[in-house]
Design a protein around this ligand. Structure first.
Ligand code: F6R
Length: 261
C-alpha cells in the first residue's frame, strides 16, 4: 500500500483524478472500475474538467461500477446508474455501450451476478479500480464478514450503511435493503486499486484499513493484500494514522510521485 496525504479534500480528489487521467493517457483502452458516493463527486468533477480543458479522451475506455441497489430503476434518481450518468457519463465522451453497472432489477439476481463477473473477464479484467470507503470499512458494498474471496453477489446492507446513505433517500427507511456488489475477491483481482477518503468522519476507519490487522469485519483491510494499492487521503481523514511521517517521506522521495508533488 502507498498512502498519500494531501492538505484538503480538493487537493486529494484532484490528485486521485490525475492518477486516473494518467492511466487513461497511458492506455486509452483502459478498463476503469468506478465507485459512487459523496467522495467520488469531486473526482468526477475533475475528470470532466480534464475532458473539457485538457482533452482527456474516454472514447475507448470501458467502465465497470462496483455496485448497484436492488430494486431501483436506472432512471431512479438514487440509482447508481443515474448517479454515474449525472456525474460522469453524460459529461465525457465515454461510449454508453461500454459503461457497465450490475442490473439490480434482474429477475434472477444470482445469474446477473455471474453475468457481471463474466463480462469483467471478457473485457480482460479491470485495470484501475476507484474505491471509496464506508464508515464501517466497506469497499463496494462488502459489509462486515464479507469473505475475502467473495465474488459479485447480493449483499444485505448493514444499519451503518443504511444510515450513511439515508440522506440521499430522504430517510433510512427508504434506502433499499440489498445491493449487488463486486466481491472482495473481484476487487483484489483488479490490476491497480485507488482508494480515496476525505473528511474527519473517515479518520478512524482509514487508520484501521491501513494500519490495522486484516479482517473480514473491515473489508478495506484486505487491500493490504493487493500488490498495487494507492490510498489518497486528506489531512482530516489521515488524522488517526500513526505513521503519517513515514507516508509523507515516501511521497516526497519516491520518483514515481515526482509529477504529483
Ligand atoms: C459506492 C461504494 C461505497 C462508497 C462508500 C463511501 O459505489 O462502493 O463503498 O464508496 O460507501 O461513500 P461516501 O463517499 O458517500 O462516503
Amino acid at each position: 500500500m502507498e498512502v498519500i496525504i494531501q492538505p484538503n479534500q480538493e487537493s486529494a480528489s484532484s490528485l486521485a483524478a490525475r492518477i486516473v487521467s494518467r492511466e487513461i493517457r497511458a492506455n486509452p483502452h483502459l478498463v476503469l472500475g468506478l465507485a459512487t458516493g459523496k467522495t467520488m463527486e469531486c473526482v468526477y468533477r475533475h475528470l470532466v474538467r480534464m475532458h473539457k480543458e485538457e482533452k482527456l479522451d474516454f472514447s475507448l475506455c470501458s467502465t465497470f461500477n462496483l455496485d448497484e441497489y436492488v430494486g431501483l430503476f436506472p432512471s431512479d434518481p438514487n440509482s447508481y446508474r443515474h448517479y454515474m450518468d449525472q456525474h460522469l457519463f453524460r459529461k465525457v465522451n465515454v461510449d454508453p455501450r461500454n459503461t457497465h453497472l450490475p442490473n439490480g432489477l434482474a429477475d434472477d439476481l444470482e445469474a446477473e451476478c455471474r453475468k457481471y463477473e463474466a463480462m469483467i473477464t471478457r473485457f480482460g479484467g479491470i485495470d484501475l479500480q476507484l474505491l471509496g470507503i464506508g464508515k464501517a470499512g466497506h469497499i463496494g458494498f462488502n459489509e462486515p464478514l464479507s469473505a475475502l474471496r467473495s465474488r459479485t453477489r447480493v449483499k444485505a446492507l448493514t444499519p451503518t450503511t443504511l444510515k450513511q446513505n439515508a440522506p440521499f433517500f430522504g430517510g433510512e427507511e427508504r434506502v433499499p435493503r440489498r445491493a449487488i456488489t463486486m466481491g472482495v475477491g473481484t476487487i483484489l483481482e483488479c490490476r491497480r486499486c485507488l482508494l480515496l477518503a476525505t473528511g474527519g468522519s473517515k479518520a478512524e476507519v482509514i487508520a484501521k484499513a491501513v494500519e490495522g490487522p486484516i479482517t473480514s469485519m473491515i473489508s478495506a483491510t484486505t487491500l493490504q493484500l493487493h500488490a498495487r494499492c494507492t490510498v489518497v487521503v486528506d489531512e482530516a481523514a489521515a488524522s488517526k494514522l500513526v505513521e503519517k511521517d513515514y507516508y509523507r517521506w515516501i511521497f516526497a522521495n519516491e520518483p514515481e510521485w515526482e509529477d504529483y508533488r
